[in-house]
Design a protein around this ligand. Sequence first.
Ligand code: C5P
Length: 227
Amino acid sequence: MLPPAHEQLIVALDVPTGKEALQLVSTLNTTVSFYKVGMQLYFAEGNSFIKELKNQGKKIFLDLKINDIPETVAKAVEVVSSLGVEYLTLFSGKAQIEAARSVITKNGSALKLLNVTVLTSESSDFLAVESRAKLSFDAGAHGLICSGFETQALREKFGKDVVLINPGIRPLGADVNDQVRIVTPKKAIQSGATHLVVGRPISQSANPRLAAEAIQREIADARALFV
Ligand code: C5P
């Protein structure tokens, strides 16, 4: 089941302080309801920032790419599972994902686990991604972070219910920054992405709210055409 079109856009809060993050959230106001909190902001502000975003009625993707021995991963996931965030990333193998999934099942938490297959900063072929994807789903992951180039094949192979989140999104004409394998919002939706994570094309835009609205329109138009 796809989320509503406006919730398919997740804005990355890649800023060093809670103050700056809340400024961006306030600028985006009611336009954006889903945010990604990564290591930089989480290590700076911790769970009090997560609670603040939750109080504002926002949905949260906590991108911490957790990996350690299974027991330690399970204990970390136990803490996150009571925060009310929607998604948490692991960068783990079979035993860790299984341990994380059992904690969620035991707690009756709605938290969804996303595994990172291969970092986009490393070269890889589709077979490597596919085998990590299979391992992830077999172990109990709900979804994956994947590039827009792999999404269609992963969607076809693993079906309509898995969560596939695409970073590396650039609207036509946007600054590429340091991303290499970029796709447009339209292409990501056409390929079957559940959500698009967008950072700088929104946060560094002269008008972040208009930039977010334009991406949401592109998502809605692509859904009307392809989904
Ligand atoms: O600014 P930009 O749109 O490139 O930001 C993309 C976001 O997605 C960043 O927060 C980055 O850490 C994250 N990300 C990524 N590639 C991955 C996983 C996460 O760009 N493979």
